[in-house]
Design a binder for this molecule. Structure first.
Ligand code: ZN
Length: 445
């Protein structure tokens, strides 16, 4: 179904670049740092939320709030965007073209009171973050990654080598396991990190060593388990790509890669990328899509570019804005065909999804559909409709949340996956290329 001619060379390059991006982004905090490094290398400048902003036309900027990042490029010339507006009395304020995504993924989060011993092993306490496919996390070597806060108030990133594993019970001790695996979320998900009778291997010491800080100075942590197997291509023609955290680093990668290539001289809107944290746990946080981050940043962009502008001008800007919210979706599964809509059946390799839901679990409406259709046409890629089987619950994403907060026309899209929320998900590499092309076409406008 896809018409995008993806050469083997392109495929290999994209797979290598995505591998690098995902491997460098084991937690949402790392993902913002990885995105920031790519932005810096192409001339984007970091702004601090606590400082006054003085933005200039034709420039790239970004701001980080915990595990979330917003980056944007301003149109090259204010004169180009402030012509007479037939619908109002004042000059036109540019709108935003927003490409939204999220930086977090399901995992296990390290609890305080980290270590204990049982049956000759040393274990760590963890809490379930989001909705992982629990069975997929068994029998994998796991690293720990995230942020540590220090006594002086500073924050550092930490990532250990593989130190943990959640071993599954042998089949000899549960002969019925293949009739239905049931995991107790407390007892059966506790990782082991060593042998109890060896010298104490304090997990905070290992985390501190990885961050090259004094363990005595560590006062807090937001640390998650990370599968350590490297991402990679596979399949009879290497048409698939497997990796952890494709939901939703694939969209973060597409958005950042698109934004750095946007031509400011040809922009008539502010091209903006938003990567929110905490989508997997409902987005209610200061760095989540329900929080004020995007509203704060967009209002400050308009106020800085147009110092004479009023609150009404900002609202006019939002009214002429549009948001593409990109998050992973489901391809029809050959082993479970009954789980999908009987007639609308998106396939791996058929192009990015346009997600539709009558209950507004996805924000897409007919107007948003037209915008996505235009972006895909400009990029020369096909897209596929996604709707849920009526008897199945429908997931949701950041699109309806940012639409509710900001009132922007919003369209929900995303790459089609198998194994969503597994420790290792899969996608068709052609779809990675197509999503990147569509993202760029959308942001360019
Ligand atoms: Zn997602």
């Amino acid at each position: 179904m896809s018409t995008s001619p993806v050469t083997p060379r392109t495929k290999t390059q994209v797979a290598a670049d995505l591998t690098d991006f995902i491997s460098s982004s084991p937690s949402s905090y790392h993902a913002t740092a990885t995105a920031a490094a790519r932005l810096e290398s192409t001339g984007f400048r970091r702004l601090k939320e606590r400082k006054i902003w003085e933005l200039e036309p034709g420039q790239g900027y970004y701001v980080i709030r915990d595990g979330a990042i917003i980056a944007w490029r301003t149109p090259a010339s204010k004169a180009d965007v402030s012509g007479a507006d037939s619908g109002g009395s004042s000059a036109t304020i540019p709108g935003f073209r927003v490409f939204g995504s999220h930086t977090d993924s399901p995992a296990f989060k390290l609890k305080p009171g980290e270590e204990f011993t049982a049956e000759g092993t040393r274990q760590i306490g963890v809490e379930i973050y989001g909705g992982p496919l629990l069975n997929s996390w068994l029998d994998r070597e796991l690293a720990l990654a995230g942020q540590l806060s220090l006594a002086d108030g500073s924050v550092v990133l930490a990532q250990t080598p593989p130190i943990a594993r959640i071993p599954q019970l042998a089949i000899h001790l549960d002969r019925q396991v293949n009739d239905g695996l049931t995991l107790d979320k407390q007892r059966h998900t506790t990782p082991i990190i060593g042998l109890a009778d060896l010298a104490e291997a304090d997990v905070i010491e290992i985390l501190a060593a990885s961050a090259e800080v004094d363990p005595e100075q560590v006062v807090g942590h937001d640390v998650y388990t990370i599968p350590v197997q490297s991402p990679g291509l596979f399949g009879a023609r290497e048409e698939f790509f497997a990796a952890p955290r494709l939901d939703n680093l694939l969209s973060v990668h597409a958005g950042i890669s698109a934004l750095v290539e946007v031509d400011a001289a040809a922009l008539d809107s502010v091209a903006l990328f938003a990567g929110f944290d905490h989508e997997e746990i409902g987005s209610n946080s200061r760095s989540g899509a329900c929080g004020p981050f995007l509203a704060d940043v967009t209002e400050r962009i308009i106020a800085s570019l147009f110092p004479e502008s009023t609150r009404s001008d900002y609202l006019a800007s939002l009214a002429s804005s549009i948001c593409v919210s990109s998050d992973a979706g489901h391809a029809a599964h050959p082993n479970y065909p009954e789980r999908h809509d009987p007639h609308v059946r998106p396939h791996l390799g058929g192009g990015p999804l346009l997600k539709l839901n009558a209950q507004q679990r996805y924000a897409t409406d007919a107007v948003g559909t037209a915008a996505w259709s235009q972006a895909c046409a400009a990029a020369g890629v096909e897209y596929q409709n996604f709707v849920s089987n009526n008897a199945m619950p429908c997931g949701s994403t950041i699109g309806p949340l940012t639409a509710t907060r900001l009132g922007m026309t919003t369209v929900d899209v995303g790459p089609a996956l198998y194994s969503m929320h597994s420790a290792r998900e899969m996608v068709a590499i052609d779809d990675v290329v197509a999503l990147g092309a569509a993202a760029k076409a959308f942001l360019q406008g």
